[in-house]
Design a protein around this ligand. Structure first.
Ligand SMILES: Nc1nc2c(ncn2[C@@H]2O[C@H](COP(=O)(O)OP(=O)(O)OP(=O)(O)O)[C@@H](O)[C@H]2O)c(=O)[nH]1
Ligand SMILES: [Mg+2]
Length: 521
């Protein structure tokens, strides 16, 4: 080192120090600017260090958490199952949301009315050709009109499970005989096309509110291919709807309410919800008459009109839902339908034999266009509940009307079982909607008409459910390198008592696996 060099914190041998050295002819202003920049850089750097430290802490904490994915096709019942977890482990949060479900239920009712009226219109409000087979869409203007709306019943392809052979059933085979008075008495005003035209006029204003309700729920987001014109919502839609209203109230000079008390107070002030409620109240008789109209009943029996389960549930309960002081019951919330968009995380503290473990439940959107969002969650998942709706044997995907929904579930289950990222995940299968399966079979729907490989087996519930179960077990067996166990349950996740018992069972089996893996670490 040079003996005459002035002592300095900057070593001239170090290139980094040299670079940091202040310029030799720095003015006061430049010095202040430089020092300011340096202290800002230091602050940012410290913030990054702090963030990293917090992230490490969080990761350390989350290491002991259980991550559970709910997977399955659209409408399989994943979000409904999530609500059952919520009821079990965070019941107060359901109370907070209770009133916001009114918007969803009103939307479900309005959409159902719209669907009924559109299908009726496509068939000219009558069942006159009751004894004729359903019209081929190449022959009928009405059927084409209905097809354009995407909601009418068309002759559907039947399928042989997973073998890829899709056979077009003959249009006539779908027809079922039905006893109704409308065909023989088309001129009776109370029960004929004129009555439907009258109901259509009376319900027009209510039905027209469907777009506004959809907009309110989705927050203005529209997603193509959302099937049946449903709306997608991201997690947290309840509080977003409420925040929006809170904002409006604040702008009106009203004091915003604390989060805990938003439930009924705020939503009763949403002008849209109030308006729909008013319309529902004054239209209750018309809705009742439409729902009980013999033409509508005939259309349902003939399967020209295929209403979703939630439509039937709310229309059957219309006198309650249309009441001016309607507050959804827990059962209503479980039946309300809204499509999940992306992946919604729900966190619960679960007490297992005295030990509190945080569970992260990931409820995914099941439509084909949503499935790519699942993969990032596979990496560190501990368990999966795969939900397959077994009542869907006579239904086809919204996203692809040629794919039978049971077939899609089996294909999806194959992908999940064979996915390398998931090979050591605890796997649970829910064969869901068993209540609806039972009802369909009791109504006389024949499985073999839709699933050719079912053959001449008996059309009884036990035989059918065991047949479907065997197919899922076979998929699992063929894709089970790690020889893991598959836990299967027959479920109806709208049935709270039965589902909570099964959740307890699943929780214990996941926890046993969790203890074993913790012991291995
Ligand atoms: N009757 C009956 N209805 C059910 C059952 N499971 C679900 N549902 C109803 O089916 C509809 C669809 O259920 P969701 O839980 O929204 O379906 P999802 O799997 O979350 O659908 P995506 O979010 O689109 O992937 C809702 O109206 C539920 O009430 C069941 O076991 N029985
Ligand atoms: Mg969902």
């Amino acid at each position: 080192m040079h003996p005459m060099r002035t002592p300095s914190i900057y070593s001239q041998d170090d290139p980094i120090s040299a670079a940091l050295k202040p310029p030799p002819e720095e003015t006061d202003a430049e010095r202040i600017a430089r020092q300011h920049a340096e202290s800002e850089a230091k602050r940012v750097s410290e913030q990054i260090d702090e963030d990293l430290r917090e992230e490490r802490e969080r990761m350390k904490k989350r290491k002991g958490d259980v991550k559970l994915l709910l997977l399955g096709q659209a409408e399989s019942g994943k979000s409904t199952l999530q609500k059952q977890f919520q009821l079990m482990y965070r019941p107060h949060s359901i109370e907070q949301e209770r009133s916001s479900w009114r918007t969803v239920i009103y939307f479900n009712v309005v959409r159902s009315l719209k669907q009924i009226l559109t299908v009726l219109e496509a068939w000219d409000d009558s069942l006159d050709d009751l004894d004729q087979p359903p019209v081929d869409d190449t022959q009928s203007v009405a059927a084409r009109k209905a097809k354009a709306n995407g909601i009418a019943d068309q002759p559907s392809p039947s399928t042989s499970l997973l073998n890829g052979s899709v056979i077009q059933s003959s249009p006539g085979s779908v027809a079922q005989s039905v006893a109704t008075s409308s065909g023989s008495h088309p001129a009776v005003a109370k029960d004929g096309p004129a009555q439907i035209a009258h109901l259509r006029r009376r319900l027009a204003a209510l039905v027209a509110m469907d777009a506004q309700l959809a907009d309110r729920l989705s927050g203005g987001i529209t997603v193509s291919g959302s099937g049946k014109g449903g709306v997608y919502v991201r997690s947290g839609w309840q509080s977003r709807t409420i925040d929006k209203l809170k904002g409006k109230q604040a702008a009106n000079g009203k004091q915003s309410l604390p989060r805990e008390s938003y439930s009924s107070d705020i939503l009763t002030t949403d002008p849209l919800v109030l308006e729909v409620a008013r319309h529902l109240q004054t239209s209750e008789d018309e809705i009742h008459d439409l729902w009980n109209h013999s033409t509508v009943k005939g259309m349902i029996s003939k399967r020209r009109l295929k209403l979703d389960e939630w439509s039937e549930f709310f229309l059957q309960n219309i006198s309650r839902v249309a009441a001016h002081d309607y507050l959804p019951t827990t059962d209503d919330i479980l039946h309300a339908r809204i499509q999940t968009m992306g992946v919604a995380e729900h966190t619960f503290d679960v007490n297992i034999h005295g030990k509190m473990v945080t569970w992260h439940l990931f409820d995914v959107g099941g439509a084909r266009g949503q499935r790519h969002t699942w993969v990032p969650y596979f990496d560190d998942a501990n368990a999966i509940i795969f939900v397959a709706p077994v009542s869907a044997f006579d239904q086809y995907l919204e996203e692809d009307p040629r794919t039978n929904r049971i077939d899609d579930s089996l294909q999806l289950f194959t992908q999940i079982c064979s996915n390398a990222l998931l090979k050591s995940v605890h796997l649970v299968l829910f064969l869901n909607k068993t209540d609806l399966l039972r009802a369909k079979l009791e109504r006389g729907l024949k499985v073999r008409k839709y699933i050719t490989s079912f053959g001449e087996r008996s059309n009884e519930y036990e035989t059918v459910i065991q047949y479907f179960r065997a197919h899922f077990l076979q998929v699992h067996r063929r894709n089970n390198e790690n020889r893991r166990v598959l836990y299967t349950h027959f479920t109806s996740v709208v049935d709270t008592k039965a589902t909570q018992r099964i959740i307890g069972n699943v929780r214990d089996s996941i926890f046993r696996g969790y203890l074993q893996s913790a012991a291995l670490v």
